[in-house]
Design a protein around this ligand. Structure first.
Ligand SMILES: NC(=O)c1ccc[n+]([C@@H]2O[C@H](COP(=O)([O-])OP(=O)(O)OC[C@H]3O[C@@H](n4cnc5c(N)ncnc54)[C@H](O)[C@@H]3O)[C@@H](O)[C@H]2O)c1
Length: 263
C-alpha cells in the first residue's frame, strides 16, 4: 500500500526534542527519508538512530547561514532531492517587558529569520521536486497576549505573516507554504515543568482547550504530514489550528455565562 510521503525527502528542524521526535517518527512512518536538523547533537543522533536507515542527523545551528547552505546540498546529495521542509526548532527565551535588545534579536533570529533563510537555501531544491512544501510551526501564542511573554509570541505572530509572504513568492515555483498553530502540546517543556505529570498538565489545560487536555505531539504531527503531502495540493498560505479548540474559545470559556445574570 502506498504511503503519504513515499519517495519524498524531508528536512525537519528541531527534531531532537520530545515533540520533534514524534513529528520525525510520523514523517518516517509516512514513507519519507528524513534529515533531522538540531543543535543538540546527542539527542539528534539518538532520534535518528532510533528511526533507522532512512533518517540522518545534521547537528547544526540554524542561525548559521553557511551551515544551512551546506545542509541543503548535503541532504540533496544523500537523498536525491528535497521535497519538504518542516521548521519546528524554536527558542522560548523570553524576558517579557525586560527583554534586552540581544534577547529580542536572538529569539527572532532562531524563530523567524532562520525559517526565512532555510527557505531561501532550500527553494531551488523544493522547486526542482515539482511539488515542494514548507510547514512552519507557530503557536496559539501568535494571537493572544500572555503574561510576561513578549519575544516568543511576537516571533510566532511574525511566522504567520512570513508564511503568507513565502506562499506568495514561492507559488511561482509550485511550492506550498503553510503554518501550523498548536495549542498546549505534551512536549519537553511540559514534561519538565510538570515533573512528568501528564494528568496534572491535562487538568491545567482543560479550562482553555475544548478538548479539555493538551495535545499529543503525534496529533499535531498528523497535520504536519498532511500539509507536506500531495493530498494538500490546494492548500497554501494558510495557518492551521491544531489546538484542541483553544482559538475558538472566547473569554467566556466553555461554561454558560448568561445563566449567571439570572442568579
Ligand atoms: N510545546 C508546546 O506546547 C507548543 C505549543 C505551541 C507551539 N509549539 C511550537 O512547537 C515547536 C516545538 O516546540 P517544543 O516545545 O518541542 O520546543 P523545544 O524547545 O522542546 O524544542 C526545540 C528544538 O529546537 C532545537 N533548537 C533550538 N535552537 C536551535 C538552533 N539555533 N539550531 C538548531 N536547533 C535548535 C532545540 O535543540 C530543540 O531540540 C516550536 O516551534 C514551538 O514554538 C509548541
Amino acid at each position: 500500500m502506498s504511503k503519504e510521503l513515499d519517495n519524498k525527502s524531508v528536512i525537519l528542524t528541531g527534531g531532537a526534542t520530545l515533540f520533534g521526535a514524534a513529528v520525525a517518527r510520523k514523517i518516517v512512518d509516512a514513507g519519507a527519508k528524513l534529515a533531522i536538523v538540531d543543535i543538540n547533537e546527542e539527542a539528534c543522533n539518538r532520534v535518528a538512530q532510533d528511526l533507522g536507515e532512512s533518517t540522518l542527523c545534521y547537528p547544526i545551528d540554524i542561525t548559521d547561514d553557511l551551515a544551512l547552505e551546506k545542509l541543503v546540498g548535503d541532504v540533496n546529495d544523500s537523498f536525491g532531492g528535497i521535497h519538504a521542509v518542516v521548521n519546528l526548532a524554536c527558542s522560548y527565551a523570553d524576558s517579557g517587558a525586560e527583554s534586552t535588545r540581544d534577547e529580542w534579536l536572538s529569539t527572532l533570529n532562531v524563530n523567524v529569520v532562520s525559517m526565512a533563510r532555510l527557505g531561501f537555501y532550500a527553494r531551488p531544491y523544493l522547486a526542482a521536486s515539482g511539488r515542494g512544501a514548507m510547514v512552519n510551526l507557530t503557536s496559539i501564542s501568535a494571537n493572544v497576549a500572555q503574561t510576561g511573554r513578549w519575544t516568543y509570541p511576537v516571533s510566532k505572530a511574525a511566522i504567520v505573516q512570513l508564511t503568507r509572504n513565502m506562499a506568495m513568492d514561492y507559488a511561482a515555483d509550485s511550492i506550498r507554504v503553510n503554518s501550523v498553530s498548536p495549542g498546549w502540546t505534551w512536549s519537553a517543556i511540559m514534561d519538565s515543568l510538570s515533573n512528568g505529570n501528564r494528568a496534572k498538565t491535562d487538568a491545567v489545560a482543560a479550562a482553555f482547550h475544548l478538548t479539555k487536555r493538551v495535545a499529543d505531539p503525534q496529533e499535531v504531527a498528523e497535520v504536519i504530514v498532511f500539509l507536506c503531502s500531495d493530498r494538500a495540493s490546494i492548500v497554501t498560505g494558510a495557518d492551521w489550528a491544531a489546538d484542541g479548540g483553544y482559538s475558538a474559545m472566547g473569554p467566556e470559556q466553555a461554561t454558560p455565562a448568561i445563566p449567571l445574570l439570572m442568579k
